[in-house]
Design a binder for this molecule. Structure first.
Ligand SMILES: [Cu+2]
Length: 178
């Protein structure tokens, strides 16, 4: 699994010893409070897999930030993502970009439904995650916690690096059209 290669081997060992192998949370970035809040739910994460999550670094004075990444439903049932939370900002929303005449504008989505085995990509120009009310922009090179909440109240979190450009994909997806 590509994510595993990115983990720090030490924290990986500790994670395995303590919690087993399933959640793709980087434990060293979580405050104890966040951990208490995240962990019991992530055990019921319904087989959602985060990959290549990242947050675009923002110029000073900007109060919104966009977050991206690919989420795959690895379970054998439909999973409905109903909300997103983040360690920065006052709120996080799922947005899409739609054509409105000659313009393109953002609309908020109430939910994203993933059939068994289906992936969705949050990416620039398409569906994305919007972090709102960001008082202190997270610096480039830092990490932001992003958590998906599903209709069954399961939660799946990831630690997303803050950077200017999209990371190199862990798996090749160009040329695929759905
Ligand atoms: Cu947006």
């Amino acid at each position: 699994m590509p994510l595993r290669a990115k983990r720090n081997p030490k924290s990986q060992n500790r994670w395995n010893a303590t919690f087993g192998d399933s959640p793709n949370i980087q434990i060293r970035y979580l405050s104890p409070l966040l951990l208490l809040w995240c962990f019991p739910l992530s055990a019921l994460a319904e087989g959602l897999l985060w990959e290549d999550a990242w947050v675009r670094s923002m110029p000073p004075g900007t109060e919104v930030a966009a977050a991206y990444g690919r989420v795959t439903n690895q379970s054998d049932q439909t999973v409905v993502i109903t909300s997103i939370s983040s360690s920065v900002g006052e709120a996080a929303q799922i947005h899409d970009v739609i054509a409105d005449g000659d313009q393109r504008r953002m609309v908020q989505l109430d939910a994203v439904s993933l059939a068994a085995g289906e992936s969705t990509e949050f990416k620039p120009g398409g569906q994305h995650i919007m972090l709102l009310g960001v008082a202190a922009p997270p610096p480039e090179g830092s990490r932001v916690e992003l958590c998906l909440l599903t209709a069954n109240s399961a939660e799946r979190c990831t630690s997303a690096p803050v950077q200017r450009q999209a990371p190199m994909p862990a798996t090749e997806t160009s040329g695929h059209h759905h």
